[in-house]
Design a protein around this ligand. Structure first.
Ligand SMILES: Cc1cc2nc3c(=O)[nH]c(=O)nc-3n(C[C@H](O)[C@H](O)[C@H](O)COP(=O)(O)O)c2cc1C
Length: 305
């Protein structure tokens, strides 16, 4: 019987729903599943209520400075036919708790293991996924595929519905115009089917094959949002360094930096996002080839021979 370990972290529940849906698919195809929910030593508040506390996590998430986590329950030396890592995206990066897992002794479970990485985000998962590929490569894993799960509704409307749910715990359809916050039930059906396909192909082709989900709807890339997300990453990186620097000078200054970043982010969305979308559209004939190559890279697994 195919043995699968699913390692996940979930704060508001969407990554956990995705992990369970993927597991149902695996089990329907005859695999046995071991779940491991990662937990930080000190819990993050949910709902966050305070924008300062929320944005205060950006520098460490961006710069790979994760918190301490509880020791996972599975044996670090255990071997599985497949490991599935389900991670939320925090500030264009894998959530810090998941980054902490890669620094723990239990990351040894990934060495020479076949791994599928499942990102769960509002909409911006590209940079986090590329980072995850690097983490997997460093851990010695064979990255067999990528699955992207995003919140329902248009990428622009979720800029309101997702932060509203995270900050105030309200996930209903605001004014009847905005989507419900979170992943659509239909999309969970897709995740379930992907789990079943992965288990069937793993049993068929074994560990030596290529991408486990080739030809399946594992990721959907909205090409117009590729360039804005890349630009956002550079801005976030610079702000992360700056806020850390302010924090070293004085704790109070760090808080000022965090507020300034939050205001900057709103301006970025209101001003820079439309400008970048327009710029990409105007430059499209020139940048198309490079954009296509980057999109192909985003969709592909790494770590394969
Ligand atoms: C601190 C924080 C930062 C986030 N940053 C991003 C982001 O950069 N891009 C994105 O698409 N979603 C972002 N999100 C949204 C989460 O990825 C999304 O809500 C996801 O469903 C969270 O998973 P969970 O429900 O399992 O906790 C962020 C959420 C939190 C809490």
């Amino acid at each position: 019987m195919t043995r699968v370990l699913i390692v996940y972290y979930s704060q508001s529940g969407e990554a956990e729903r995705s992990a369970k849906a993927f597991a149902e698919g695996l089990q329907s195809a005859g695999a046995s599943v071991v779940f491991e929910a990662l937990r930080p030593r000190t819990d993050y508040p949910f709902p966050w209520r305070s924008p300062r506390r929320f944005f205060d996590n950006m520098p460490e998430a961006m710069l790979g400075l994760p918190p301490e986590i509880e020791t996972p329950a599975f044996e670090a030396e255990a071997r599985f036919d497949l490991v599935v890592i389900v991670y939320p995206v925090w500030f264009l990066s894998p959530a810090p708790v998941v980054q902490a897992f890669f620094k723990s002794a239990h990351a040894a479970v990934l060495r020479d293991a076949d791994v599928i990485a499942v990102s769960v985000s509002r909409n911006m998962w590209h940079n986090a996924s590329e980072r995850m590929k690097r983490l997997l490569a460093e851990a010695g894993a064979r990255h067999r595929d990528t699955v992207a799960v995003t919140h329902q509704g248009s990428a622009l409307l979720t800029l309101v519905s997702t932060p509203r749910a995270l900050l105030f715990g309200k996930s209903d359809r605001l004014l009847g115009v905005f989507p419900r916050a979170g992943v659509a039930e239909d999309d969970m059906g897709r995740v379930r089917r992907l789990g079943a396909v992965a288990a069937a192909r793993l049993a068929d082709a074994g560990a030596s094959g290529g991408p486990l989900l080739a030809g399946e709807p594992a990721v959907a890339i909205k090409r117009w949002f590729v360039v804005p997300e890349l630009l956002a990453w550079y801005f976030f990186y610079a702000w992360a360094q700056f806020i850390r620097f302010l924090g070293r000078v004085h704790g109070g200054l760090r808080a000022v930096g965090v507020y300034a970043f939050a205001i900057f982010l709103v301006c970025l969305i209101l001003v820079a996002l439309p400008c970048t979308l327009l710029g990409t559209w105007l430059a499209y004939p020139v940048v198309r080839r490079r954009l296509d190559a980057y999109i192909a890279r985003l969709a592909a697994p790494t770590g394969l021979p």
